[in-house]
Design a protein around this ligand. Structure first.
Ligand code: PMP
Length: 320
């Protein structure tokens, strides 16, 4: 679908996968004016195809658009794009356990000019790719590296938007994490914990309370929101507030914080085994937090794959 200042959204069409033609002066190539989303289509046991909370992705894309001075894509066009893609060939959605079709909606500035201002011509695309089970042979705890040298986003920046620049700035610290034997990087805002390179973070207290960072410079994860709703349904107290690395460190030392997990569309929920920093480390070996993370994961994937009753009305059918 294309957008222009004069014509609004127009020309929705489905075409075979292939390269996009761009003018070398297209604004996105120079100023990074682009946003995206990540979601999945799941096949249920009866063969039907569903997606999870797509209106949340549509709304987040609209918030990202506002921050990046891009036009907002109406939710009905957003959902239509997903349905039309599935209508081309439903067999793209795999049927093996724990697999899905990953959906990547994205929008970028394609107007050609060399000046810093919002583009007047924009394109919205949706591509898809089958996704295998994220973990083969059981969910493995991840180790995370605390980046103190680099920040992902700052106050008033683009941290809450899903835009490529945030990920570009996390590549170097992510490489640093790998060098330290960690799979993900944890970002701070000052002393406050924010999120991982591509996942949100939740701390688990001994009494079952869940704490997650509240900040205007992290991505509001749809997985996190859903997991915390499921936990609240089970009677867990959920705190969304600022939380510092010192609180985590001291809580882990005193036994008040028994574990942590990360969550996002790709990996769903993953327990955190170890947090490694330049001058300290936090080791979580507590069974309770891991059990909780895995059982919330089981409930959420159960809803997504149609094995567990969808009592929040989160699933949307795509092939009917
Ligand atoms: N934070 C970041 C930086 C991410 O890239 C993602 C993945 N989209 C998340 C959090 C989790 O968001 P969601 O649960 O909506 O996938």
């Amino acid at each position: 679908v294309c957008w222009s200042e004069k014509g609004g959204w127009h020309r929705p069409r489905v075409s075979p996968y292939g390269p996009i033609q761009l003018d070398p002066a297209a604004a996105v190539l120079h100023y990074g004016q682009e946003i995206f989303e990540g979601m999945k289509a799941y096949r249920h046991a009866d063969g039907s195809i569903h997606t999870f909370r797509p209106y949340e992705n549509a709304a987040r894309m609209q918030r990202s658009a506002r921050r990046l001075a891009l036009p907002e894509l109406p939710s009905d066009i957003f959902l239509d794009s997903v349905k039309q893609l599935i209508a081309v060939d439903g067999s793209w959605v795999p049927s093996q356990a724990e697999t899905s079709l990953y959906l990547r909606p994205f929008m970028f500035a394609k107007e050609a000019f060399l000046g810093v201002r919002p583009a007047k011509k924009v394109a919205y695309y949706l591509i898809a790719s089958p996704a295998g089970a994220y973990f083969s042979g059981g969910v493995q705890p991840v180790n995370i590296w605390l980046s103190t040298q680099y920040a992902r986003a700052g106050k008033g920046g683009t941290g809450a938007a899903k835009t490529g620049g945030n990920y570009a700035s996390s590549l170097l610290p992510q490489a640093e994490a790998y060098e330290h034997g960690c799979q993900q990087v944890l970002f701070l805002d000052g002393r406050n914990i924010e999120e991982l390179g591509g996942m949100n973070l939740v701390l688990v207290k001994k009494d079952g309370t869940l704490i997650t960072p509240e900040s205007d410079s992290i991505l509001e994860g749809i997985t996190r929101d859903s997991i915390l709703q499921l936990a609240a349904d089970r009677g867990h107290v959920v705190e969304r507030r600022q939380v510092s690395i010192d609180e985590w460190r001291e809580g882990a030392a005193s036994g008040d914080i028994v574990g942590a997990f990360a969550c996002g569309t790709a990996a769903v929920v993953v327990p955190i085994g170890r947090l490694l920093a330049e001058d300290f480390e936090i080791l979580h070996t507590g069974d309770e937090a891991e059990k909780l993370a895995l059982s919330l994961r089981e409930e959420l994937t159960g809803i997504q794959y149609g094995r567990v009753e969808d009592r929040h009305g989160w699933m949307v059918r795509l092939d009917a």
